[in-house]
Ligand binder design. Structure first.
Ligand code: ADP
Length: 398
């Protein structure tokens, strides 16, 4: 039996789970939220009960130190020596990695080199990795890449219509993201429906603070919405997703802005936050939406429209779709978003959804479509940490 820690650091969060393997028993789970904001929160589950403290968490280094301190203080481990391996979610693996790997210097250098392509994520992953190496000097680490599952895309899906030399010389192409989540949700949704994943077409909607949608044929990705970086694809919490590139040059001139300023606008001040002026958090948008706030209504409508357009496009590319799955913070919990997306797709895809069941579904596995629906619609909470723990044990031979 080995204790393994799975670390999933998002742009503003650090989620962790400690597993007893191979039994896959979760010894604890928790998260640091709103990292870098004025007030953050740290939660850890102890004996099934959530303990939350509100405190500022300046950066990912502070979050890792807090996590390790809490693991010992709450007797999840008697000492940190009990942890035998660590698996890390890495957002950008470029074309270097089509699967998980044991970490060595070369792997770290490649992840660092790819930071340009995931500026909110890869540096944060390496901070977490280094902080854990320092605290746990005797263990080995595995990196699990968000891009790996998407490596089966063919060039008509991953190329951009720009000079081909940009791809040849600078590797400019779509890499996708959230691959571990799409992989898990694809497999798990097939299990929930009692179908063979290799004989079904699925569209998985990972709707979190970052968000992406993936078209999967017979268990293999054929298209995904995120592009060269996690800035592409659908609208997100603070990121714009796909826009006419002219917007960038035009506004750069109008605002006398630098490329760095524009990067900041599009990564951190756009999406739900930018359109609503309220918040990047969908819960805040929804609260304002329910009061009829004009900007919140506009934001919600724009968000739904972007999702419907992508899912509809993938429906056409796949030819037929057996299931649509919703996952991640918004996909799992936000019944209003699911309802509006399904309504938008109802006619074209022949969906028939039990909206009552949908409204009562918050964070649990559930088929929300009716029997007569042409496509099954499933809420499937993601479990990237479990995939990370399994890969860690497999690759390190624990
Ligand atoms: P990331 O991992 O990209 O930081 P998450 O998958 O944790 O993001 O999703 C965060 C998003 O999920 C936020 O926009 C938040 O509003 C939304 N969310 C979380 N819980 C709920 C809920 N109960 N209802 C509606 N939205 C929720």
């Amino acid at each position: 039996m080995s204790k393994v820690i799975a670390v999933n650091s998002g742009s503003s969060s650090l989620k962790f789970q400690v597993f007893d393997m191979p039994s896959e028993t979760v010894l604890t789970s928790g998260q640091a939220e709103r990292i870098g904001q004025e007030m953050g929160a740290f939660t850890i589950k102890v004996n099934g009960e959530k303990k939350t403290q509100e405190l500022p968490i300046a950066d990912h280094q502070v979050a890792v130190d807090l996590m390790l301190k809490e693991l010992v203080e709450n007797n999840i481990v008697a000492s940190l020596d009990e942890i035998k391996g660590a698996g890390h979610r890495i957002v950008q693996g470029g074309s270097y990695f089509s699967g998980s790997v044991e970490v060595n210097e070369d792997v770290v250098n490649k992840v660092e080199e790819l930071s340009d392509l995931a500026p909110l994520h890869n540096p944060a992953h390496l901070v977490c990795y280094r902080a854990l190496c320092k605290a746990l000097p005797n263990i080995k680490h595995v990196f699990v890449f968000d891009t790996a599952f998407h490596q089966t895309m063919t060039e008509e899906s991953y190329l951009f219509p720009v000079p081909y030399e940009w791809y040849e010389n600078y590797k400019v192409r779509s890499y996708g993201a959230h691959g571990t989540s799409h992989w898990y949700v694809n497999r798990r949704t097939a299990e929930i429906l009692n179908k063979n994943v290799e004989e079904m077409n699925m569209i998985t909607c990972h709707l979190g603070n970052g968000a992406s949608i993936t078209a999967i044929r017979n268990g293999k990705v054929i298209n995904t919405s995120m592009g060269l970086t996690p800035l592409g694809g659908i609208m997100m919490g603070t990121r714009c997703g796909d826009i006419d590139p002219t917007v960038v040059f035009y506004m750069e001139e109008k605002l006398h802005a630098t490329p760095e300023d524009m990067d900041n606008y599009l990564n951190k001040k756009s999406g739900m936050l930018g359109v609503s002026g309220i918040s990047s958090d969908c819960r805040d948008i929804e609260a304002a939406y329910n009061k009829g706030d004009e900007r919140a209504v506009r934001t919600m409508n724009l968000y739904i429209n972007r999702i419907v357009n992508v899912v509809g496009g993938y429906f056409a590319q796949l030819g037929h779709v057996d299931a649509i799955a919703f996952t991640a913070g918004i996909g799992e919990n936000d019944s209003l978003v699911r309802e509006k997306v399904c309504q938008g797709l109802e006619e074209c895809m022949g969906l028939s959804v039990d909206y009552e069941a949908n409204r009562n579904c918050h964070g649990e596995e559930l088929v929300i479509s009716k029997k007569d629906s042409k496509v099954d619609v499933v809420v499937c909470p993601t479990n990237e940490e479990l995939v990370i723990a399994r890969d860690t044990v497999r690759i390190l031979g624990l």
